[in-house]
Design a protein around this ligand. Structure first.
Ligand SMILES: Nc1ncnc2c1ncn2[C@@H]1O[C@H](COP(=O)(O)OP(=O)(O)OP(=O)(O)O)[C@@H](O)[C@H]1O
Length: 830
């Protein structure tokens, strides 16, 4: 029995403990009343059921959100919140995740305008002698006040509030940097102690020192701190980039058409805005984020180590160190090439090279038809050669500078370090705490030597760290100048964007603006008018500021109401599309008044450009452009309507052919020229504007389909303004605006089609043609005689005049007649 109990206890040692608790619970439960037990049981069951239902709901909600996210992603769509923010769906591992984006407020742009358009005079960025508010003259990027202003201006975008995420990241990085400095100090002291114990033969203390060394300095902390600093640096870089990119996108792509005006009207950043927004911005953010660790850390190190050394080595050492820093910094700054400027130019050359490649990709088909590979390669090679030469120049300058830098920072600084560390030994009176220890009489012989050893090791390590920190600060002079280069480019982009956004073009004080330059825009644009009206508006092709524009047409005036379909015709290059550009607001209204409906799209106005544009995205996105799937949903439009629209545009076969509405392709290459134009007309059918400019929109469509499309547009109540050279389109229009009339081609006429006047005009033209036809016989006779004369060709040689041999193909065409004429002619010549 006892054995069995023993065996049982051996098998399950926990049993007695469990039994004890179970019994205690049983006793408690027995004491509880019947009602309380019932209530507890019900509560327990309710909790379990509630928990189960809650979990299921949560799982269902997650699944529904996941499915919704996937659907939105497939449709290239997102969500719009009531506060104006947008939620975008992006792929994330197997599922999707949502990103909330807030638009930059208009007031923020207004507040920043001061920073970018009217910088303080001291920076030299605002040269009032040239003009007020004009493009800032390109001051040399470098370490100067201009750089400070530019950098701080950009900072106000990158760190908008003290409590923003970026400040948190910077503070965390600061903590880790301080931690690393503290660790270096601890390690320096430990180093000295270990050597002292080793020399003194204190085995225990020595071992303890080694354990502390491994624990603190070696592995655990230092490696983690370094990794965290690097990680935080990349987080800061990406956070800066996100802020700046969103800010630039909000300023670049808005209803003021800045993306068009930046390239076509301002020209301040050339044609490579993409290079600025992509590569330059990345380089700037990386350089700005590394600034804290490359300057912040050595700076903290310098302060702490200097203080420590001052303590142990005295004032002479500190003065010596400071003089040394100052001298080195001055020398290196003097001899340092202008890295900032060099980097800024390199950025521009990179941009040009990249722009050439992008152009080739966009126009690959055209170049291929011409077989233009050879010439394109010449352009590309030339641009690359310029970039390469420039970069090689920079590397050559860098190598010379690096040699000098290494010599100064590595060798002369360590020699100086030894000198300073030896101060307490040779000059105890000047040697701080170390000197006091030296001068003291309490230490004798070996003890004094060991003390010296410990102090020397500690001081040497501190000196080395100090040299390293100082070196890194000096090295970062170069990084700083490069950062100045990137800063100057990003600042230039932002100030140009602000200038375009605020339309801040002013002639220099005391001067008159150049005729039809961007500072000479005096016209009025009225949006919200039910019709299209131009009153005394000169049509001027603008030139980049500050050059004057080129006047194409003098004072154009017309008035179009709903239902007045207008054909705008005239020779090539006369300014037909220019009228659409002025009405759309792409080009300025230099004088007079231009009125148009406010809305773009439904019940407003739409413009179909000469070159059909197809966006990235799904087939649905092509039809509803510039709507997105969210806009389509919000305006209660359905997919079945899109089917009818494609049928009307004679494109009903597309969804089947391309694999449904959610198919994503490179539509520019997938659709034929005519299909692209019909897709543009389908967009008109979808948006149903009140007025539509169609610029050569059906030139690749067959004439029968063209007629059907025009009739459909009119049936939908769209008033058409067609820009075309096709006379056959006249029958679909009520008015004809003819451009390029008169001798100087500056004239224009606006006439009703089919009026008496027009008929008379046509009859006059027919009569003139008849008159000309009557002269045809006369002209034919004259032509025959000229041909006869020309068939008698002769040359003079030394022997006198002689006729040429007849070409063989004339030989069998009545040789006799020819011969006779020939002889006659030779006689005449004689
Ligand atoms: N972005 C621009 N900046 C400056 N000038 C331009 C610009 N686009 C066109 N022009 C100039 O404006 C003039 C009129 O161009 P527009 O496109 O209006 O001609 P068009 O009458 O429509 O010709 P086409 O029948 O060939 O389409 C041309 O001389 C052209 O060189």
């Amino acid at each position: 029995m006892a054995e069995a109990e023993l065996a049982h206890n051996v098998q399950d040692p926990l049993f007695p403990v469990l039994r004890k608790y179970i019994e205690a619970i049983q006793v408690r439960v027995e004491k509880v009343s019947q009602t309380a037990r019932l209530a507890a049981t019900i509560l327990f069951i309710l909790a379990i059921t509630g928990g189960g239902i809650g979990t299921k709901r949560w799982l269902d909600k997650r699944a529904a959100e996941g499915a919704h996210g996937k659907r939105l992603l497939r449709q290239n769509s997102g969500l719009r919140s009531k506060d104006g923010s947008r939620i975008l769906v992006v792929p994330n591992r197997n599922g999707t995740s949502k990103i909330k984006i807030y638009d930059t407020k208009a007031t923020t742009f207004d507040a920043h305008r001061r920073l970018f358009l009217t910088p303080p005079k001291a920076t030299g960025l605002d040269d009032t002698a040239s003009s007020v508010g004009a493009p800032p003259p390109q001051t040399k990027p470098g370490l100067n006040l201009a750089f400070l202003h530019q950098y701080l201006s950009l900072m106000s975008i990158m760190i908008p509030r003290w409590n923003s995420k970026e400040s948190g990241l910077l503070i965390s990085q600061g903590v880790f940097l301080a931690l690393r400095t503290w660790l270096s100090l601890v390690v320096a002291r430990l180093d000295g102690e270990i050597v002292r114990d080793l020399v003194a033969g204190h085995g225990k203390a020595f071992l303890w020192g080694i354990i502390k060394w491994c624990g603190i300095g070696g592995v655990a902390f230092a490696s983690y701190t370094n990794a965290a600093i690097k990680f935080l640096q990349s987080k800061i870089s990406i956070a800066f980039r996100t802020r700046l990119t969103r800010y630039i996108h909000d300023l670049y792509l808005n209803s003021n058409l800045n993306y068009y005006k930046l390239i076509n009207l301002d020209g301040g950043v050339g044609s490579s805005a993409d290079q600025y927004i992509t590569q330059d911005l990345t380089l700037f953010c990386d350089a700005a984020a590394s600034l804290y660790s490359s300057i912040g850390k050595p700076f903290v190190d310098l302060c702490v180590f200097n203080y420590q050394l001052y303590h142990s080595l005295g004032p002479i050492a500190l003065t010596g160190l400071l003089v040394n820093y100052f001298a080195t910094a001055t020398l290196l700054r003097k001899l340092s090439p202008p890295f900032g400027k060099l980097k800024a130019v390199e950025g521009r050359k990179e941009g040009d090279f990249r722009a050439l490649h992008s152009r080739l990709i966009v126009n690959a088909e055209e170049v291929a038809f011409y077989g233009g590979a050879e010439i394109e390669r010449v352009f590309l090679d030339k641009s690359f050669r310029e970039l390469r030469t420039w970069m090689e120049g920079i590397y050559r300058l860098k190598i010379r500078y690096n040699m000098l830098e290494d010599f100064v920072l590595k060798y002369s600084w360590s020699a100086f370090g030894y000198l300073i560390s030896s101060l307490p030994v040779f000059l105890p009176a000047w040697g701080g705490l170390g000197g006091l220890a030296e001068a003291s009489t309490t230490f004798e012989g070996a003890t004094r030597e060991r003390g010296r050893m410990k102090d020397f090791i500690t001081n040497k390590r501190l000196m080395l760290s100090l040299a390293d920190a100082g070196g890194r600060i000096m090295y970062s002079i170069k990084d700083l100048s490069e950062l100045a280069g990137y800063t100057s480019r990003i600042y230039t982009l932002l100030s140009t964007l602000h200038r375009v956004h605020a339309n801040a073009y002013h002639a220099p004080r005391g001067t008159h603006p150049e005729l039809f330059s961007l500072s000479d825009v005096d016209g009025t644009t009225q949006k919200g008018y039910d019709g299209i009206r131009l009153e005394n508006v000169p049509v001027v092709a603008p030139a980049p500021y500050p050059r004057p524009g080129d006047e194409l047409l003098d004072n154009l005036s017309f008035h179009i109401k709903a239902g007045d379909h207008v054909l705008i015709s005239g020779p090539n290059g006369v300014g037909k599309s220019a009228i659409a550009r002025i009405v759309a607001g792409l080009w300025p209204v230099y004088r007079g008044l231009a009125s148009r409906p406010h809305r773009v799209g439904y019940n407003g106005i739409m413009f179909l450009p000469q070159r059909p544009y197809l966006s990235t995205g799904t087939l649905r996105d092509q039809v509803i452009y510039p709507h997105s799937a969210i806009d389509m949903q919000e305006s209660n439009r359905h997919e079945r309507e899109l089917g009818t629209i494609l049928e009307d545009a004679r494109l009903a076969y597309l969804p089947n052919r391309e694999g449904g509405w959610d198919a994503r392709k490179d539509w520019k290459t997938v659709l034929s020229g005519g299909e692209k134009q019909r897709m543009a007309i389908a967009r008109l059918f979808y948006h149903e504007p009140r007025f539509a400019f169609i610029d050569e929109g059906t030139s690749a469509v067959s004439q029968d389909v063209e007629g059907l499309l025009y009739e459909k547009c009119k049936a939908k109540g769209i008033t058409l303004l067609t820009i075309s050279t096709r006379v056959s389109l006249k029958k679909f229009h009520t008015f004809n605006l003819r451009l390029g009339e008169g001798d100087d081609e500056f004239g224009w006429s606006f006439e009703r089609i089919g009026t008496e006047e027009e008929k008379m005009g046509v009859e006059k033209e027919v009569a003139e043609l008849r008159k000309k036809l009557e002269q045809v016989k006369e002209w034919e006779a004259r032509k025959a005689s000229i041909e006869a004369e020309l068939s008698q060709v002769w040359v003079k040689n030394d022997q006198g005049s002689q006729t040429l041999d007849k070409p063989s193909y004339i030989a069998d065409q009545g040789e006799d007649r020819d011969r006779g004429q020939h002889a006659d002619h030779v006689d005449t010549v004689k």
